[in-house]
Design a protein around this ligand. Structure first.
Ligand code: SF4
Length: 261
C-alpha cells in the first residue's frame, strides 16, 4: 500500500476559515498567514516518501536523533530483508534487527523500541494498523506515549503521517520559528505549542501534514540555528518589531541582536 501523499491545493480560504473558528490564542490569523506565505513560496512538499503506513512508523523511530539520509540506508536494509511488516519485524531477533538499522545511530535502542512497538501492536490491536488507527485519537495517543521510546513528537508523527489523524507535529524547527516570532515562550511546553496549532487551525490532517513539512523546509532554507536569512524568508513580514530577536545586516543575512556592535 502506498502512503497517500496529501498534496494540498493552495489554501486561499484558510485565513477566512480560521477567522470563523473560535480564536483561543488570538494568533490564528498569524498561523494561517504563515502557512499561506510558506505554501505560496515553496509549494507542496510531498511528505513522507514512504511506501506504507508501517514504513512511516519505522521511519519515525529511526529518524530520532539522526539525519534522513541515515534513515534511508536503514530502511533500504529492512526492505531488502523483507522486514517492513509488523509480523516479520516481530519475528527477527533483536540483535539482527539492530545490525540492519546500524546506520541510523542508537541502533540498539531503536531496535528495542521497534520490537516493543510491534509487540504492542499485536497484543493491543491484533497486529493491525488499520485497527490501531480506528482507536479514538486521544486514547491512541495516550497508549503510544506509554510505550518505551515514544515521545510526543514520535507519537504525533505516527498519528499524522501514518494514520492520517489530526495531531500536529512539533519539532525543534517549529519551536525555533515560533519563538523567534514571539508566538511561543522559550520554555513553552510541547503541549502548549501543539495547542496553538490545534486551537487556531482547522483539524485537517492534510493541512497539518503540509504545514509541518513547510516549517522544516523553511528552517533548512532560511531559519538556521545560527545566522538565519530573514531577508530572503517569506516569513520576514511577520517578524514582530516588539520581540524582534534578529535584524538584517548589510549582507542581507540576519544576525542575533546581541552580536551587533
Ligand atoms: S528566517 Fe527570520 S523571518 Fe524566517 S522564520 Fe526565521 S526568524 Fe522568521
Amino acid at each position: 500500500m502506498a502512503i497517500p501523499i496529501i498534496n494540498l491545493a493552495p489554501r486561499t480560504n484558510l485565513t477566512k476559515t480560521v477567522h470563523r473558528r473560535k480564536l483561543q490564542h488570538g494568533q490564528a490569523p498569524a498561523l494561517a498567514q504563515y502557512y499561506q506565505a510558506l505554501f505560496s513560496t515553496l509549494g507542496p512538499q510531498h511528505w513522507w516518501p514512504a511506501k506504507s503506513a508501517f514504513e512511516v512508523i519505522v521511519a519515525a523511530f529511526l529518524t530520532q536523533n539522526t539525519s534522513w539520509r541515515n534513515v534511508t540506508l536503514a530502511l533500504e536494509n529492512l526492505r531488502a530483508a523483507r522486514l517492513l511488516t509488523p509480523a516479520t519485524l516481530e519475528r527477527i531477533p533483536e540483535t539482527k534487527l539492530a545490525r540492519l538499522i546500524r546506520s541510523s545511530g542508537y541502533y540498539r535502542q531503536k531496535a528495542r523500541k521497534l520490537k516493543l512497538f510491534v509487540r504492542y501492536l499485536r497484543t493491543n490491536h491484533g497486529g493491525s494498523l488499520k485497527k490501531m488507527f480506528r482507536t479514538p485519537l486521544p486514547r491512541l495517543r495516550a497508549e503510544l506515549l506509554e510505550l518505551h521510546g515514544i515521545g510526543p513528537e514520535t507519537a504525533d508523527a505516527i498519528l499524522l503521517y501514518a494514520g492520517g489523524l489530526p495531531s500536529f507535529v512539533v519539532d525543534a524547527y517549529t519551536r525555533r520559528i515560533l519563538e523567534r516570532h514571539g508566538l511561543a515562550e522559550p520554555r513553552a511546553t510541547y503541549h502548549h505549542i501543539q495547542d496553538l496549532f490545534h486551537s487556531n487551525l482547522p483539524p485537517d490532517p492534510g493541512l497539518y501534514n503540509e504545514y509541518h513539512a513547510l516549517i522544516v523546509r523553511a528552517s533548512k532554507d532560511w531559519c538556521h540555528k545560527r545566522n538565519p536569512i530573514c531577508s530572503e524568508c517569506p516569513l520576514a513580514p511577520f517578524l514582530p518589531a516588539s520581540s524582534l530577536p534578529l535584524r538584517a545586516d548589510s549582507t542581507h543575512r540576519a544576525v542575533p541582536l546581541e552580536a551587533t556592535p
